[in-house]
Ligand binder design. Structure first.
Ligand code: URA
Length: 204
């Protein structure tokens, strides 16, 4: 993680400033091949913040996260538990599309991480949802695959938080793109969605 990206991200006092900082940040090579910076969408005061992996072709074109096929499934998943994308906040661990949707490198993830951390800090959600292995592993600092990580609650602690700062409850789930390819796994996603709904009711 570069000191530069950390310094720039921490200096952003609000979401608009963080978006502008990313739009002028040249520390992630993915930006050179992307059409748009894909920042975040939804309610900046939402109780739930969903973090996915990276923009795909459609997201890159529109500059908005989860607006392609995965996004449509995500919308249906949320609607199954009475939520709409307008009620939550959605972003990714990468703000630019990797060419051809290849997996991001660890250097690309590291360049974006301080911005993701500041993004979480500024939205300050009651609940975090990490969809897919990239988000779950990066933000939980774990190496297990998503099949092991999903369906459990973790406590996400912002770097630099004081010892008495309560961690944010965080749930890992399968990525909708994986569910589109492997519909038999939707039963697990359904369980996770119910756990999310229950946690939301408990906390709000
Ligand atoms: N997949 C993601 O992880 N994020 C998007 O924004 C779109 C597809």
């Amino acid at each position: 993680m570069s000191v530069d990206s950390q310094r720039i991200a921490r200096a952003a006092p609000n979401l608009e400033a963080l978006r502008t900082a990313l739009e002028t940040f040249e520390g992630c090579p993915l930006k050179k091949t992307a059409t748009n910076t894909v920042f975040g969408t939804g309610d900046p005061n939402a109780d739930i913040m969903i973090i996915g992996e990276a923009p795909g072709a459609e997201e890159d074109r529109k500059g908005e996260p989860f607006v392609g096929a995965s996004g449509h499934l995500l919308d249906r998943m949320l609607s199954a538990i009475g939520l709409a994308r307008e009620n939550i906040y959605i972003t990714n661990v990468l703000f630019w599309r990797p060419p051809g949707n290849r997996n991001p490198t660890s250097a690309e993830v590291a360049a974006c991480l301080p911005f993701v951390q500041r993004h979480i800090e500024l939205v300050a959600p009651s609940i975090l949802v990490f969809v897919g292995a990239a988000a779950a592993k990066t933000l939980l600092g774990r190496t297990e695959g998503i099949s092991r990580l999903r369906g459990k609650w973790y406590g996400y602690q912002l770097p630099g938080a004081t010892a008495d700062a309560p961690p944010i409850p965080a749930l890992a789930m399968f990525h909708p793109a994986y569910l589109l390819r492997t519909p038999a796994q939707k039963q697990f996603a359904w369980r996770d969605l119910l756990a999310l709904r229950a946690k939301l009711e408990e906390l709000t």
